[in-house]
Design a protein around this ligand. Structure first.
Ligand code: ADP
Ligand code: MG
Length: 352
């Protein structure tokens, strides 16, 4: 994209609104590299995600909403490690130079960048099918990051926010037959748009749970799948880990309950992807302070189960097959093994 490439970057990306000065950013866009300062006693946390048109978002997605989603999805990975956002790089492949699209994209990106104090550090701009890659950089106290591997038998399992809303939104936003946005109220439409395009990215929650949670992951593929990652990462050759999840406790929104019939609620809450809530394990002695911290920030924080030992659980040296390692407790004490394969069609796990 030689023609006007630098002009385009100056106008839409290397702007005061996006590439704003921030402690820790020594040099932003314009040189061959950006420069960051990592203070003593901190680790630099990095994560990168690409979103491709038609695969990860609908072809007619609005540029501002899309920009928000791309940055938030990445910020959610920092949240899941308890890291504080510092800055991000942006690799943009554009089919053509559409100034209106670029203006909206830049505005959406800068609103989100400002909200999370995450400054644009640099990037790459090329011509090709629409694809957006963002790499976020954050800081976390050395050795303190929340990993997937810290869960232990007896820890409680919590999730932030509500589950299944983004999976509910997708068929409406892609106008699948039978999912008619015009049949919804304006408030329901706005809720579903936000659920998909503006996932919250629980950065403050992740940071507040440092030192309290034993393990964390952000829910991108669906709760069952992502909790399974924690169980596998935390188990070892001698101790397989499983989970008992209380199926009556899974937090769902009122929009979800009003649009989804009761028999479909559980499978969608368990396997719907793209919610970007946090799933964390908390040792018993930290439950009260963790609950208090989440309450102080007004965040729904629901205890959904506990980590258990079990020969039927999952170990780090086994690959997931049909059994997720998760037993569902339906409220009257009967435990049902959760088979991942039976739920997969509700998620969109195939694109990640
Ligand atoms: P190089 O050829 O050295 O890789 P580029 O010509 O790709 O440099 O980019 C020139 C400058 O513009 C670099 O500082 C780069 O970080 C910045 N840049 C390019 N594209 C973007 C973008 N989409 N957003 C922010 N900065 C960008
Ligand atoms: Mg380049």
């Amino acid at each position: 994209m030689a023609l006007a490439e630098f002009e385009l970057i100056k106008r839409y990306f290397d702007t005061d609104a996006l590439a704003f000065p921030r402690a820790g950013v020594v040099l932003g866009p314009g040189d061959d590299c950006a420069l960051l300062e990592v203070p003593p006693g901190y680790n630099l946390a990095l994560s990168i995600d690409t979103l491709n048109e038609g695969v990860h978002f609908p072809r007619d997605a609005g540029a501002s909403a899309l920009a928000q989603r791309c940055l938030r999805v990445n910020l959610s990975d920092l949240a899941a490690m308890g890291a504080e956002p510092l800055g991000f790089t942006l690799a943009l492949s554009l089919p053509d130079v559409n100034e209106r699209w670029l203006r909206d994209f830049s505005a959406g990106l800068s609103a989100c960048a400002r909200q999370f104090r995450c400054s644009l550090l640099g990037g790459d701009t090329t011509r090709g099918p629409l694809a957006i890659t963002i790499q976020v950089h954050g800081l976390v106290s050395a050795g303190k990051a929340l990993r997937r591997s810290g869960a232990r038998v007896g820890d409680a399992i919590y999730v932030t926010g509500t589950l299944g809303d983004a999976a509910l939104a997708l068929p409406y936003l892609t106008q699948q037959p039978g999912f008619d946005l015009s049949a919804l109220t304006a408030a329901q439409c706005a809720f579903l748009q936000a659920a998909f395009y503006q996932p919250e990215a629980r950065v403050d929650a992740g940071r507040a749970l440092l030192g309290l949670a034993s393990a964390a992951i952000d829910v991108s593929d669906g709760l069952a799948s992502d909790l399974g990652h924690i169980l596998r990462a935390s188990g070892n050759a001698s101790t397989a880990l499983g989970a008992i999840v209380d199926s009556t406790q899974l937090p769902v929104s009122t929009v979800f309950s009003s649009l989804i019939a009761p028999p479909e609620r559980l499978p969608m809450a368990l396997s719907g992807g793209d919610d970007y809530e946090l799933c964390v394990t908390v040792p018993p002695q930290n439950e009260a302070p963790a609950q208090a911290a989440m309450k102080a920030m007004g965040l729904l924080f629901t205890r959904i189960g506990a980590v258990v030992a079990g020969s039927s659980g999952v170990r780090s040296d086994t690959t997931p097959d049909t059994f997720s390692g998760i037993m569902l407790n339906d409220g009257d004490g009967v435990l049902q093994p959760l088979k991942l394969s039976g739920y997969r069609h509700f998620g969109n796990n195939s694109n990640e």
